[in-house]
Design a protein around this ligand. Structure first.
Ligand SMILES: [Zn+2]
Length: 391
């Protein structure tokens, strides 16, 4: 097992460095490289592992496994040689902005409400924090304001390893009950927290802290935040979407919700007018029906249940059997069956079996769904009642 000096702990802004290769072995989908020193941060404390290059090799991930700091590369490097390491700095800096921003939000929530951060995940373009107690929108708005004041105050961020004795006198947030080798990250007046990850040097580097959404989660609340460049990118994407909506709706960008509300209102009215029109035409057809000895069976692909009922009400007066009306399509019909002469409660079992249906109702009316085809159903109603003489 090889030990690696963690250059990122001394200087979180170190992007390029040289190191000696101590070991290189095959690993899943590539190689695992151990260096004598590194600026690559291995996944930990909710933050993902760094990416970048080691000489010609690409570093796809950095992981700590059984105490060893492994650079997972796409090709091997020669043990004994000196390699130039280079971080994907844009990615790392974004993660530091998000992570330091998370400490500020968590520190403020702890200070004001005493809630602990019980879960933290920092993915690409997504940061979630779980708190042990509930917060509402107004409280989070206030936290966001205070967090951004801490950013503009450009406070120094200090990271250090206190001695076990000194550690006992320091109040800090921690998920683990460690007493040795505890690294603390302090943002004065805001937060002191045990954390292994690299952070910005001053809070001004975070740029902005935006709380996006929150939801209840395991007796507390899960909060989504974005900081710095990730927040800027998100702002850009949302701006473009709002601008497009504004163009489509011919409304000012900030008035798009009202414009959509109006549009939905219009849509409801149009739907209602259309259903009235369909009902009218269905009733016309029912009026035009001749008096029938036997059953009436009608199909309308696009009729709502209210119209279907009106249709059946009219149709059952015009036949000596049952009036059945179907809407939908083959294999997926909704139906209403009515009758003045047949007890539908008694006939239900036979009727439902005949049309591959499910449903129920009263002696006068039966309602449900049917899986038969139109041809099957029509053929069946052509014979229903004849052999029993129930009409
Ligand atoms: Zn942390």
């Amino acid at each position: 097992m090889f030990a690696t000096e963690k250059l990122y702990e001394r200087d979180s802004h170190l992007r390029d460095f040289t190191a000696r290769v101590l070991d290189c072995r095959e690993a899943d989908n590539g190689w695992a490289v151990v260096l004598d020193r590194t600026a690559f941060f291995p996944e930990g404390g909710g933050q993902e592992g760094d990416r970048g290059t080691l000489g010609e090799a690409g570093v796809l991930d950095t992981q700590l496994r059984e105490g060893e700091l492994l650079h997972l590369t796409d090709r091997p490097v020669e043990p004994g040689e000196t390699v130039a390491g280079s971080l994907d700095w844009d990615l790392r800096f974004r993660r530091m902005q998000d992570h330091s921003g998370e400490h500020i939000v968590s520190g403020l929530v702890y200070q004001k409400y005493g809630y602990h951060n019980v879960g933290f995940h920092l993915g690409d373009g997504e940061v979630t924090l779980d708190f042990s107690g509930e917060l509402n929108a107004q409280q989070l708005e206030e936290i966001e304001l205070l967090a951004n004041r801490a950013v503009t105050a450009d406070l120094p961020v200090r990271t250090w390893y206190p001695s076990p004795k000194a550690l006992k006198r320091i109040a800090y947030r921690s998920k683990l009950d460690l007493t040795e080798n505890v690294r603390l990250v302090r943002i004065p007046g805001i937060d002191t927290c045990a954390c292994c990850a690299p952070h910005v040097k001053r809070t001004g580097e975070i740029g902005v802290i935006k709380i996006l959404d929150f939801m209840r989660h395991r007796g507390g609340v899960r909060v989504n935040i974005l900081c710095g460049m990730d927040a800027l990118e998100d702002y850009g994407a949302r701006y473009r979407a709002t601008k497009e909506l504004s163009g489509l709706l011919s409304a000012k960008q900030l008035e798009t919700p009202e414009a959509v509300r109006r549009l939905l209102g219009d849509l409801e009215k149009t739907k209602y007018a259309l259903s009235q029109e369909r009902l009218r035409s269905a009733l016309e057809k029912a009026e035009a029906l001749a008096h029938t000895e036997g059953n009436i069976c009608l199909f309308f692909p696009e009729l709502d249940m209210r119209a279907l009922r009106e249709l059946v009400n009219a149709g059952m007066e015009k036949c000596t059997g049952v009036c059945a009306a179907f809407t939908g399509r083959d294999g997926d019909w909704k139906f209403i069956i009515g009758s003045r002469h047949v007890d539908l409660k008694q006939a239900a079992k036979a009727l439902l079996a005949g049309i591959k249906g499910r449903g129920g109702g009263s002696p006068e009316m039966l309602q449900g769904s049917a899986a038969g085809s139109r041809a099957e159903i029509e053929a069946w109603f052509g014979t229903f009642g004849n052999e029993k003489g129930s009409a």
